[in-house]
Write a protein that binds this ligand. Structure first.
Ligand code: NZQ
Ligand code: ZN
Length: 388
């Protein structure tokens, strides 16, 4: 196990009706805030009104900025920065999913910075400070509610890029599992897949003697494998959503990655898919992840065999580990299909050929991944195998 530092300072406020505490939590930071949200699902569900009521009761005034798109755009981030500067706003409340939270994080880092916020993503600058942000989460998926990551898309060239800094972690995140009841089935499935991918990015490491975190990763994956289908069948099953929501926050707050170097290649490759084609991140991952596994498993057979046996309960073919591994990957693919998710580019309705471009963009800053370093030709071949 490697030496590590672990920091996860976000206050998690978890459970039924917790969104009603948002005003009380927010007033600890500011009396005038930016209320940031997406395409309107929170207005439809009534959450917007609940949040506004709670802010008012706590004496917090706000300027609302909605319109964050899935795969959030830098143009709206720039608009948010302008508003905050004009109105001396010093706190941002994100009400929504990963896209809204990431847009809020980028605004938060951009306000005190003299240059253009995209500098952080190119990257030619690092944020030294950021406004504090708070979150009311509506979809367990990205883990952005407790992560240090922020992923933004630049419409000029359709670059989807991330930055990762501890100062971006939210001050508080309100997690009421019941807020997920209104999710469309496809988003529920995409969220489950993204959570699993965050765990798997950490699980697939060459580090030895990380048994504790291996077991935590396996437990988190099994929690999603068990509760994901339940939430799809019974969208108002509080207990299933509670398991998924808590697992989703832990999957990406870096706890499961302690003592090891995460891989990250599948996410880097997927970001090219969702950056260029604007597909849901979770659905892009169910296409890329199995293809990545089939491409790299020979570099660490023992780890992939452990994954097949412990997570997918494949009976080990002791004399043929490869058979065990491939059976594990197949079961994972079957699971994604059972959730209604695609496992090929065709399933994402991608029929043109921009694989060369995606492979080049994914590796423009050098090889991706840590279990195996992947160069442009490797990424090209992985994406090519996703076409089918
Ligand atoms: O636009 P709104 O109205 O918010 O509707 C959203 C959106 O259409 C809808 N939705 C969310 N909660 C709902 C709901 N609809 C009904 N009822 C609810 N309770 O679902 C759609 C997707 O929302 P989005 O925020 O895009 O989903 P998600 O949380 O999956 O976030 C995806 C973004 O996060 C990035 C992804 O790349 C993608 O851009 N990620 C961020 C990470 C991070 N910051 O740590 C890590 C991840 O790996 C990921 O890359
Ligand atoms: Zn992800």
């Amino acid at each position: 196990m490697r030496n590590f530092e672990f920091l996860s300072p976000t206050r998690i406020i978890f459970g039924k009706d917790t969104e009603k505490q948002v005003g009380e939590q927010t007033k600890n930071f500011s009396k005038h805030i930016l209320l940031h949200y997406g395409g309107g699902s929170i207005k439809k569900s009534g959450l917007y009104d609940t949040v506004v009521q709670s802010l008012k009761a706590a004496g917090v005034s706000f300027t609302a900025l909605g319109g964050v798109k899935p795969n959030p755009r830098v143009s709206l981030v720039r608009k948010g920065i302008e508003i905050c500067r004009e109105q001396n706003i010093d706190f941002i409340l994100a009400v929504g999913g990963g896209s809204v939270i990431d847009s809020a994080k980028a605004i938060a880092a951009g306000v005190p910075y003299e240059g253009d916020v995209w500098d952080f993503f190119r990257p030619v600058a690092e944020p030294k400070e950021a406004l504090p942000i708070g979150v009311v989460l509506t979809i367990p998926a990205s883990g952005s509610e407790a992560s240090k990551s922020c992923v933004i898309t630049n419409e000029e060239g359709w670059y989807k890029r991330s930055m990762n800094f501890n100062i971006l972690r939210p001050q508080f995140s309100i997690l009421n599992p019941a807020l997920a009841y209104t999710l469309p089935a496809y988003q529920t499935a995409c969220g489950a897949a993204d959570i699993m991918a965050h765990v798997m990015e950490r699980y697939f490491t060459n580090e030895k003697h990380v048994d504790f975190t291996d077991r935590l990763c396996e437990a988190t994956l099994k929690t999603i494998i068990y509760n994901g289908p339940t939430a799809l069948k019974e969208p108002e099953n509080y207990d299933a959503w509670a398991e998924i929501m808590w697992a989703g926050a832990i999957a990406h707050n870096d706890f499961l990655g302690t003592g090891r170097v995460p891989d990250g290649a599948s996410h880097k490759i997927e970001h090219e898919l969702s950056g260029i084609y604007d597909v849901a991140h979770g659905a892009g991952l169910t296409v890329v992840f199995p293809a990545w596994m089939r491409y790299v498993y020979k570099h660490n057979m023992a780890r992939f065999e452990q994954f097949a046996v412990r997570v997918w309960e494949v009976d080990s073919y002791f004399d043929n580990p490869e058979k065990t591994i491939l059976e594990g990957i197949q079961r994972m693919e079957n699971f994604f299909l059972s959730l209604g998710l695609p496992v090929t580019m065709k399933g994402l309705d991608i029929t043109d050929d921009r694989i060369e471009e995606m492979a080049a963009k994914a590796t423009e800053r050098g090889p991706v991944g840590n279990l195996v370093k992947l160069y442009k030709q490797d990424v090209y071949e992985i994406l090519q195998s996703c076409r089918k």
